[in-house]
Design a protein around this ligand. Sequence first.
Ligand SMILES: Cc1cc2nc3c(=O)[nH]c(=O)nc-3n(C[C@H](O)[C@H](O)[C@H](O)COP(=O)(O)OP(=O)(O)OC[C@H]3O[C@@H](n4cnc5c(N)ncnc54)[C@H](O)[C@@H]3O)c2cc1C
Length: 463
Amino acid sequence: MQPRPELPSHVPAVVVGAGYAGLSAALSLQDRGIDVLLLEASDRVGGRVLSEQRSSIVVDHGGQWVGPTQQRLNAWAKRFDCPTFPTWNVGEHVDIWLDGSKSRYTGIGPDQGAGMAEYLEAIDRLNDLSSRIVLDDPSSTPELEKWDSETVYSFLDRTVGSGDARRRVALAVQGVWSCEPRDLSLFHLLFYIASAGSYEQLMETEGCAQERRFVRGAQDPALAVAAALGDRLRLGTRVLGIEHRDDTAIVHTRDGSVHTDRVVLATPPPATAKLEFDPPLPMSRDRWIHRSPMGDVAKVHAVYSTPFWRADGLSGQATLYGQHPVGVVFDNSPPDAEQGVLVAFVYGDRLRNWLALEPEDRRTAVVDTLRHVFGEAAADVVDYAEKVWPTDQLTGGGYAAVPAPGTWFEHGTAGWRTPAGLIHWAGTETATEWNGYIDGAISSGERAAEEVAAALLASATVG
Ligand SMILES: Cc1cc2nc3c(=O)[nH]c(=O)nc-3n(C[C@H](O)[C@H](O)[C@H](O)COP(=O)(O)OP(=O)(O)OC[C@H]3O[C@@H](n4cnc5c(N)ncnc54)[C@H](O)[C@@H]3O)c2cc1C
């Protein structure tokens, strides 16, 4: 094994965490001519985005889609020449209802589906309320206390008469936030909708968040940025803690320490909570971090020799109500459709139940569900892969952190992303636009880099 090069004794800026946020912060600083060191605990970049080459196909175990309004990720795709292709969205989707009945539909949901009319009314209401969120400064939203004191569960119970319509919103909550409506503050849901532009932007494919995928996997732009950073990126370098004084910070790692003028922490809240800070973080930031658990999601890929469902006029997309382990399925086949790939999402309560099974039974449960939706051909799986994000030690889950009810109201003003002395905050959880998404991670890194550049300039001017 090659000995790892020693850490420099001093760099003007240190960024911690080489997910899309940390990569973005480091790249922005480098683009501004600021010497930066990016420290990443694992042996790869990308964090919650992980693309794996399996025989002839690439499997995206984490973040994968890019939508047309996600300007930063699209800009990276262009800058680093990372081709994308449209998500397969042709044919009819399948809706499996509570009683096991199956309907095929196009558009947002089955026209005659149970509770559809009230579901659409509820969505209008949520879109309407979300327009009142003050995006740049969410804590100044006039209804903050009221909305952050209520869970999405109690809001739906109070405002949506039809149980079937409530079930449809609940499935959307599980699909987009990877948690249950009882875990989610109404305020955070509305903030997230506002941050994406609309409920439809979060939910839909064409023109929306699920529109396109990366030909070489969604880690492609991250790998390109890593190459651009060269030796300014250190993999396998886990940060343990940060000493931060008035004019200098010391970042302690397993391989030694580095002095710096500014730190950008681009780690997810549960990973940040594991670091030791001396002095401790301000109370609001500390509480925000500790009250922001990650969502619970697993992504399961079933690979077939062909996308057989297309011959039956099906898109490969399905939504499942009731006791199935899987909530949503998409066609994740490669652009040339040389093989067929279905990706199944397991989240919230479903994930907890499914994880209690032995690995072989977990696979059987998913494949049986796919057979129920797409027919017997779904049993002929040629490859199978699952990634359970809550057991990932360095990210702690996904898609993103979900601040508990009351957290925005009690700690949002100072705790969301206000720098703590020399420490600046990045990570998708600190983004104004596309919070929770890759695009939000990139913009958060750009904002943190801007803060650092301004601070370094100010201290140089004073000095
Ligand atoms: C299953 C799943 C599906 C998703 N689907 C989509 C999608 O289709 N489209 C989309 O836009 N988004 C999607 N997301 C969300 C998206 O992946 C995330 O929002 C984004 O990748 C977060 O980036 P980040 O840089 O903020 O954090 P992360 O990617 O979590 O990066 C944090 C980094 O910090 C490192 N780290 C942690 N602790 C330390 C330490 N002590 N020292 C050094 N390094 C440390 C970690 O190893 C990691 O590399 C999905 C996420 C998941 C999990």
